[in-house]
Design a protein around this ligand. Structure first.
Ligand SMILES: [Fe+2]
Length: 202
């Protein structure tokens, strides 16, 4: 079900949804646009705009279930069948433990935007999953760095041996430990890159 890919002293898991109708049906895409709203942000390095539902009120909170909107049911089911297995592979998770979706949001990246390296905290048993809904040619690529360095904002700032580029594809779901430092290279297509992010705790 998953491809295991070594990344420095850790690993990421990859799997692909081959049925495009699950994640590109019109109802699903329309509701994602509603969640993103009309507010744009400029990337921290000052070029390229992006939208994210993490900053608005539509982000998942404990009183609103993740993916609880029309058109999302099939993808939610697809993920529900895979996430427990992924967490079992990445940790000592067993099925007696409950998985909590800590946060769930959408990122839409436009031409020239990128994401500087960061992690999602150092908490053990905390994981990040990304599903790639729209991923045109020359999209910004997910990359991991060997170490965190707050002075290095772009992939070009790192030595080649300190960077792992993922080369993800549309329809892929990638999951990794939350403490792994990762970023996204510059998006180089007029067609936006659209992804759905999850944070899981067990
Ligand atoms: Fe992230």
């Amino acid at each position: 079900m998953f491809t295991r890919e070594k990344v420095f002293d850790s690993e990421i898991l990859r799997t692909k949804c081959n049925d495009k109708s699950i994640y590109q049906n019109q109802t699903f895409l329309k509701n994602i646009d509603l969640m993103l709203g009309t507010e744009y942000r400029v990337s921290l390095q000052g070029k390229g705009k992006s939208q994210t539902s993490v900053y608005n009120k539509k982000v998942f909170t404990p009183d609103k279930l993740p993916m609880d909107f029309d058109g999302a049911d099939e993808l939610k089911l697809w993920l529900t069948k895979r996430v427990p297995k992924a967490l079992e592979l990445l940790s000592d998770y067993n099925y007696d433990r409950r998985i909590t979706v800590y946060r769930n949001w959408i990122n839409k990246k436009y031409l020239n935007s990128c994401i500087i390296p960061h992690n999602h905290g150092s908490q053990k048993d905390f994981f990040v999953g990304v599903f790639y809904i729209n991923y045109p040619k020359d999209s910004g690529k997910l990359f991991f760095t060997k170490h965190y360095d707050e002075t290095k904002h772009h992939i070009e700032d790192y030595d080649d041996e300190d960077v792992h580029v993922v080369n993800e594809t549309e329809g892929e779901f990638i999951i990794h430990r939350g403490d792994m430092v990762h970023g996204v290279t510059e998006h180089l297509n007029e067609d936006p890159r659209l992804s759905m992010i999850f944070e899981f705790c067990i």
